[in-house]
Design a protein around this ligand. Structure first.
Ligand SMILES: Cc1cc2nc3c(=O)[nH]c(=O)nc-3n(C[C@H](O)[C@H](O)[C@H](O)COP(=O)(O)O)c2cc1C
Length: 199
């Protein structure tokens, strides 16, 4: 049991957010299995308030990138506070989002609120966050890479994905293989002694 738990932790420690994608296709069945794993997440009152829109059509991805880059240009030029820009500086991100068209798959996750065909959710943010965590773990386990991308604001995603207003965009996740020359920032994870308190 201990060996399995440690092996899983070691495997998860090798996960990184990737922003440079190869254009190689990924098996649809693998993405489907990862979404199935995500949808096993616990949720407030078991409402399961999530929707995963899987985009593979180049035209959909092109529209998504165009709209996201328009928002991000505004964000980096005007909307972000200096404090926020300073926090982003070590990661090296800017308004260019090539991964939205280069990745073979882009999953747009929605948080589903009360509507004509959906009940009121309880703790929707927490529930969808947990489901996204499982999705990230499942994709990593399958040998794929992804990025947790949060364009700000995100409402344009309803139109691009053809989803009703009670579904609120939560996160955009390009999925695929890393580009041959992909690089990731040299980040440090907090040690266990700092994040885990034993009493
Ligand atoms: C809620 C959330 C939002 C994020 N939004 C973005 C984003 O919009 N763009 C981006 O490049 N990275 C984004 N990230 C990725 C983080 O920068 C990344 O997870 C962090 O730097 C740690 O790196 P790692 O995932 O490789 O461990 C986001 C991560 C989270 C959890």
């Amino acid at each position: 049991m201990t060996a399995d738990a440690r092996a899983f932790a070691d495997r998860m420690a090798r996960r990184r957010s990737v922003r440079d994608f190869a254009t190689d296709p990924v098996p649809a069945e693998v993405v489907e299995a990862a979404v199935r794993a995500a949808s096993t997440a616990p949720s407030g009152a078991n409402v399961q308030p999530w929707r995963f829109v899987v985009l593979t059509d180049p035209e959909h991805k092109r529209r998504l990138r165009e709209a996201a880059e328009a928002e991000e240009r505004e964000f980096y030029a005007r909307r972000a506070s200096q404090q926020w820009l300073d926090a982003l500086a070590p990661i090296g991100t800017d308004w260019h989002k090539p991964f939205l068209t280069e990745a073979p798959v882009v999953i747009v996750v929605f948080e589903v609120h009360q509507g004509p065909n959906s009940p009121k959710p309880y703790y929707p943010k927490e529930s969808v966050g947990i489901a996204v965590g499982l999705l990230i773990a499942a994709l990593h386990h399958a040998g794929l890479v992804t990025l947790t991308h949060t364009p700000s604001p995100m409402r344009f995603l309803n139109e691009v994905c053809g989803r009703p207003p009670e579904e609120r965009p939560y996160v955009v996740m390009p999925v695929g293989f890393p580009a041959r020359d992909a690089r990731v920032p040299d980040l440090r994870r907090k040690p266990l002694e700092e994040v885990m308190i034993r009493r």
